[in-house]
Design a protein around this ligand. Structure first.
Ligand code: ZN
Length: 306
């Protein structure tokens, strides 16, 4: 039985009862054929690279006046080249200093920003990308903060694998950040895209030293190569995960053994025996990946397979 435990859960009694019902329905009704699909193969994977901002939206401005939109584009182009060399099919949302809004757009700036972001998501959705990656630069009122950091879509195991792999490569390659990859829940682009999405904040333009580094061609090249390696590592890990999840015979045998082991008592007692045998304790939110996928807004962190 394959169950992912989710930390920080505070599910209500009603939700818990619903989970019990669905889980046992899955066990007793034998596993349906449908399984979570993450059809990644690194070579030939479509990756959409989104250079943050552009056109009237300059993004953050560095201490010496560097515009985020220019560095995000330079990094994205280098990343596109590196990923292509690794066999990915790369689509960039922009290739010049522009946003993705039609010339005759008449809304206000906020509406324009929303239309721009939606157009970026549409490109990824239309092309059924395996991954959406948006490249940005950070800025803070204080000049002391520095370091590249990756954010991944909360609740997407594949985005988490890719995000963490990118951050690992950034740490190992640049040797100037100990920041960890973090889950993000409130990025419009992450909810508007239908595939796993990650954001790389490639460094702080508000830090004079890092601003200078980010303008340096060789540093940009190093950074882009690290992100590319992280993406392929992460996609490979996600593909491995998919393969492991596609072992229905083994899963069904495990499930049948668990169900057989629960004997006697009331229905409720048998339910408890089965859940205990599967390593599930009441109060934990769970997703049963053996054909029953529960999507919850409250997924914070995937602990791992039991
Ligand atoms: Zn930005």
């Amino acid at each position: 039985m394959r169950v992912w435990m989710i930390e920080k859960s505070r599910c209500t009694a009603a939700l818990w009862l619903m989970l019990l019902g669905i889980t046992l329905g899955g066990i007793w009704g034998r596993m349906p054929e449908s399984r979570p699909v993450m059809s990644y193969v690194t070579a030939g994977s479509v990756v959409v690279i989104d250079a943050g901002h552009g056109g009237p939206d300059a993004g953050a401005i560095g201490v010496k006046g560097t515009a985020e939109k220019d560095i995000s584009l330079a990094l994205s182009e280098k990343l596109a080249r590196a990923l292509t060399q690794q066999g990915c099919i790369v689509i960039c949302t922009r290739s010049g200093d522009e946003d993705l809004v039609k010339e005759d757009f008449s809304g206000n700036l906020l509406e324009r920003k929303r239309a721009d972001l939606q157009a970026r998501a549409d490109i990824a959705n239309r092309n059924r990308a395996a991954l959406f990656i948006s490249v940005h630069l950070n800025a803070d009122p204080s000049p002391r903060w520095s370091g590249a950091q990756t954010f991944y879509e909360a609740g997407s195991p594949a985005a988490e694998l890719v995000g963490k792999a990118i951050q690992q490569q950034l740490q190992a390659t640049l040797k100037n950040t100990r920041r960890e990859a973090l889950a993000a829940e409130e990025y419009f682009l992450m909810s508007a895209t239908e595939m796993p999405a990650v954001f790389v904040e490639a460094g702080f333009l508000s830090n004079p030293k890092e601003e200078a580094l980010l303008q340096d061609e060789a540093y940009q090249q190093q950074l882009a190569a690290a992100v590319a390696r992280g993406i392929t590592d992460g996609l490979k890990a996600a593909a491995g995960e998919e393969k492991r999840m596609l072992q229905p015979d083994q899963t069904q045998a495990e499930d049948r053994a668990i169900v057989r082991s629960a004997r006697g008592g009331t229905r409720q007692q048998r339910i408890r025996q089965i859940l205990a045998a599967a390593g599930i304790t009441a109060g934990q939110e769970l997703r049963h990946t053996g054909g029953v996928v529960l999507k919850t807004k409250r997924v914070h962190h995937t602990v791992g397979e039991q």
